[in-house]
Design a protein around this ligand. Sequence first.
Ligand code: ADP
Ligand code: MG
Length: 289
Amino acid sequence: STPAAITSGLATASRRGVLIKGGAALESLNAIRTLAFDKTGTLTEGRPQVTAWVPLIEESESSLLAKAAAVESGSSHPLAKAIVALAAERGLALAPATAQKALAGSGVEAVVAGHKLLISAPGRIEAGVLSADCVRQITSLEDKGNTVVVLLQDGVPACLIALRDKLREDALQAVAELKALNIQTVMLTGDNPRAAAAIASELGIAFRAGLLPADKVAAIGELNRTQPVAMVGDGINDAPAMKAATVGIAMGSGSDVALETADAALTHNRLGGLALMLRLSRATHANIR
Ligand code: ADP
Ligand code: MG
C-alpha cells in the first residue's frame, strides 16, 4: 500500500470515530492478539447511579451524603460524580473540604467539618473495621453487580453506598466482532470480583478484578510478554497500563492525558471502532507485503 492509501484509510477511520495516530500505530495494531479493557467508563458508560444507601450510624442520610459529596467534589472518578450529582439533586449544600487526597484505585479522603472522612473500596479497608454483618450486606449488594464504597468518619464506618453502571449499548456486539477476528479479550478492573463477574459474564469475557493501577500495569506486562496486547481505557487510573501495552487505545470521553499519550482513540466512544481499527491494520499490512 502506498502512503496515500494509508492516509486515505486513516481518514476513513477517523470519520467513523477511530483515530489512529500514524502509520507506526497502524502497523503495531496488526500484531495485536489480545485486547485488555478497563471496566468503568470503557465497557460501561461510566455514569454509575447510586442504587442503595445503607446507614451504619445514627447520623441523617442528608448530613452523610453532603459530607460524602464534599469529599468527592475534587475527584473526576465516575463514582465521585455520581455521589456529587445525588447531593446536588437533593439540593444539599456541600461543606468545604480540605486535605482532599485521591487514593488511586481505592478511594478518596478529606477533612470536612472537622472530621476525617474516607470513602473506600471495602477490600482496601483494614481487617476488623467492618462488622461481619456489614460485610454480608456488602457481599449481597456486590453479587447483584453493584460497586459498594464505604464512608468512614474518623475511622468509623458511617454508611455503605452502592452504585451501578450500565454496559455500553454496543459492548456485546464489539466483543463478538473481536472474537470473530480471533482476538482474545480480558477485562482488567479495580472493582470487586463479584461486581466484575456480573459484568464479565454478561459479555462472556475473561476478567481480573481488585487490581490497583500498578497491578494493571503488571498484568499488561505479563500478557505482553507472550503476545502483543492493546489496552483500552478512559485514562482515569489506567493511563499507566495503556502506556505499558503495545498499543494504548483511549476512549474519547476519557481524560486529556489518555488522549494525548494513546496510540489510538475511539473519539465517538463506540467500541465497534475496535474491530474496524484491527481490520484496517490487517488490510494495510497485507497491502504493504
Ligand atoms: P475501574 O478499574 O473499574 O475503572 P478504578 O481503578 O477506577 O476502577 O477504581 C477501583 C475501585 O476503587 C472502585 O471500584 C472504587 O471502589 C474505588 N474508588 C476509586 N476512586 C474512587 C472514588 N473517587 N470514590 C470512591 N471510590 C473510589
Ligand atoms: Mg476506569
